[in-house]
Design a protein around this ligand. Structure first.
Ligand code: ZN
Length: 383
């Protein structure tokens, strides 16, 4: 098949006018032709681009859609999620996860960076055509529990690692949950077992996280108290969270920093210098939902940060749509153009998940999925 469009984005940039994509029935790109004198070229009014990559999602929380109110702030939100996540039957949870997967596919998402605290998503990973990198979260703020927390995460990761599927990419790694929920000992244990695989972490999602690290004060103390966590051995570093825990992680593997709503210029400079394979994953609709704020995206751009996009979970978002995340960014930062946004949504996301050899860009020998964004802004997956 030969496809052309008003505009074609190959995952990195707009391609010149008159470009024709040659694709086989399975969606494999055979060639990208700058010009082609051919009669049977199918022309699409609107945009063609690769399938979207959602770098940060929690499909296992899909049953919490509309369960937590908006704009409560992060500690309140976390408390609500912990209280409510087990108030549902296994059947309700499974039905919600399946519906979420269908929504992701309908919205042109072909690969997922998915957070798992349990093995609840095992069956979901096997169904459908989605590529997965499952980040099995290690959580534990009490240093004495580090080995126990890590063993639990290892067992969960091992269950995912047993899964095989010839038709799609299935990857997994152990990732730290967040700076306020992972001790230095646990960070170091994760780093020691990282072996070059991508990891992600919720980073600087609230001002309170930096306050905890700067001076051991702020909203996380009553939060930790409330859930029975003994934080007495934690000591403030006098620095923000990122430059503190960054020293406890391996610099050799890809690191995905998620949210970054309260990252300063100094934090960005530190991380850019420290981690050669660094990605800044933005989930603007979740930030608006929880804290009613957004990261300083122009600051990240000015620092040459590699940006990618995620939806976070249905507990903190009204939909699982990368296109909706792009529209929100455009609404608040209209100077960021679609060429840039589409790169974040496709190629950069594939690189963050280490899947760029197969997906993320329209190039010969890849199978990136092809999306048609129509003139009325609706979306259809062609391959
Ligand atoms: Zn998250």
């Amino acid at each position: 098949m030969f496809l052309s469009a008003d505009k074609i984005h190959d995952g990195k940039k707009w391609l010149p006018q008159n470009t024709v994509i040659e694709v086989d029935e399975s969606g494999l790109i055979m060639a990208v032709h700058p010009h082609l004198a051919q009669e049977n070229i199918q022309h699409y009014p609107g945009i063609l681009c690769p399938g979207f990559v959602n770098v940060h999602c929690h499909t296992e929380l899909s049953h919490l859609k509309d369960a937590v109110p908006e704009h409560t702030g992060l500690t309140q939100f976390l408390q609500q999620v912990m209280q409510r996540r087990n108030d549902y039957s296994e059947e309700q949870k499974a039905t919600a996860r399946q519906a979420a997967l269908q929504e992701l596919e309908r919205n042109g998402i072909i690969a997922l960076g998915d957070i798992a605290n349990t093995t609840d998503t095992l069956a979901l990973r096997q169904s459908g055509n989605m590529h997965w990198h499952t980040f099995v979260e290690a959580i534990g703020f009490v240093p004495e529990r580090a080995a126990h927390s890590f063993d639990y995460a290892q067992q969960t990761r091992a269950a995912f690692a047993l899964q095989k599927n010839d038709k799609k990419i299935l990857q997994q790694s152990i990732a730290p949950h967040a700076p306020y929920s992972v001790s230095q000992a646990l960070f170091q244990q994760i780093a020691a077992h990282q072996s070059g695989k991508s990891i992600s972490i919720h980073n600087q999602e609230s001002a309170a996280e930096n306050e905890l690290y700067q001076s051991k004060t702020g909203a996380f103390l009553p939060f930790l108290n409330g859930i029975g966590i003994d934080y007495s051995s934690f000591t403030a570093s006098g620095k923000n969270s990122l430059p503190t825990y960054g020293e406890w992680l391996s610099a050799d593997a890809p690191l995905i920093l998620v949210h970054n709503t309260f990252s300063t210029q100094a934090d960005i400079d530190y991380a850019q210098a420290q981690f050669p394979q660094l990605f800044w994953c933005l989930c603007p609709n979740a930030n608006l939902y929880i804290e009613n704020t957004l990261p300083n995206i122009p600051l990240l751009q000015a620092s040459d940060a590699r940006i990618c996009l995620g939806t976070d979970s249905l507990a903190s978002n009204h939909q699982l749509s990368i296109l909706a995340e792009m529209r929100s960014i455009q609404q608040y930062y209209p100077q960021i153009d679609w060429e840039t946004l589409l790169r974040w949504a496709t190629y950069n996301g594939a690189c963050a998940l280490q899947m760029q050899a197969s997906i993320g860009s329209i190039e010969a020998h890849k199978k990136p999925g092809i999306l048609w964004i129509k003139e009325d802004d609706s979306l259809q997956k062609l391959y």
